[in-house]
Structures are given as structure tokens and as C-alpha cells.
Write a protein that binds this ligand. Sequence first.
Ligand SMILES: C[S@@+](CC[C@H](N)C(=O)[O-])C[C@H]1O[C@@H](n2cnc3c(N)ncnc32)[C@H](O)[C@@H]1O
Length: 202
Amino acid sequence: MYQGKTKYRNKDVALRYDTERFTQSVARKEQRMVMQLLDLCQGVVRSLDVPSGTGRLTGLLPGSAVATDVSREMVQRVGAAADYHLQGDAERLPFADASFELAMCVRLLQHLPDEYTLARVLGELARVSSRYLLVSYFDSFSWQQARRWLRGKLKGRVSGRRAWRWKQMRDIMRGLGWQLSARRCSAPFLSEQWFVLFEKQS
Ligand SMILES: C[S@@+](CC[C@H](N)C(=O)[O-])C[C@H]1O[C@@H](n2cnc3c(N)ncnc32)[C@H](O)[C@@H]1O
């Protein structure tokens, strides 16, 4: 069990998430990048947001949207942003193969403890989506990551967030039969977070 999987199972954390977790400017930037990538998706009738958190981005999804999160406290707050919501684990999604044309996974991959779990989560997302996959991840080749590493060394603290190399992400997705469609970052090489749209190879 990793910290990102347990810490949101708390009523107070869920209550404070929308108002305290992000500054307005970060929230707006992320929304903009997600919207730019969603604009490239065609013919989406059913979409999935996992982890949905409190539904911060769920309302942007095209078609009928399902929100899923391992934290009941978080997913119960999604409300009207989704047509349907349920508690579920991204490592074992409670959906049949190709249940959606689009699956979105924002701000989860940095919480995963190892590459095995990363491949497992990406495999689950790829299994339940028949066409598009929009994910965000922290890229290890960035100024923010270098600063995080340095701070950890100086203070002797290990960050609970984990960055991945783009090659790792790309190779896992290629192995699953998916290809890159588009990528966005608010400040490449400075900011650690990238948003990536993959499309299933036909
Ligand atoms: C930082 S929040 C991101 C939520 C939302 N995507 C957003 O951008 O606002 C991380 C979420 O991941 C959820 N989570 C952690 N591990 C999970 C797992 N294995 N399956 C599903 N949700 C998980 C947590 O409960 C939490 O709500």
C-alpha cells in the first residue's frame, strides 16, 4: 500500500481537496492542457475518469462520464460532474474490456511505488478503453524534479512522489499496442508534470 492510495481515504482531506490543494493558476493550467488534448478525441460516447478525486476534471470529459476512485470519501463528492460514480481500484478496474472510448488518469502515476505497478495501472487503463488514453505523469528530466531531489538530499527526506522517464512510459504503452497522439506541459523541462494522449494502434 502506498501513501497516495491511503491518504485520501479521509473525510477532512476530501473536504479540503477542492479549495486547498491547488492554486487557481495551477488548476486553470491543468484544465487548459486537458481540454486541448480532449479536443483531439473524436467519437467518444463513454468516458472514464480514474482517479476522479472529487471530480475536478470529470466534467470536462466528452460523452457519458463515469468517475472512479479508490477513496469513497473523494468519489462521493463528484456529484453532477459524472453520470455515474463508484469506488474502484485503478490496479483492478471494475469494468469489462473496452467499456469506454476514452479513459483519463490525472495525478495518480506519481504516487505509484514501482514500475511493476505503473505497468499494471497503464495495462488496466488500456484494457478498459477502446481508443484513447489521457494520462498525466511526473517526468524525471525536469527542473522541479532536480529541486525535489536536492531538497530530499539536504533535508534527508524522501519524496512520496515518483517521476518516470518518458521512455519508460512510451515503451510500456507501445508494448500494449498504443501510440503517442499528443503531449502537453505548461513549461517543458521546468515543470515536472506532462499530460499525454495515447491512441490505440489500429
Ligand atoms: C491527487 S488526487 C487526483 C485526483 C484527480 N485526478 C485530480 O486531478 O484532481 C489522487 C487520487 O488518486 C486516488 N488513488 C490513489 N491510488 C489509487 C488507486 N490505486 N486506484 C484508484 N484511485 C487511487 C486517491 O484516492 C486520490 O483521490
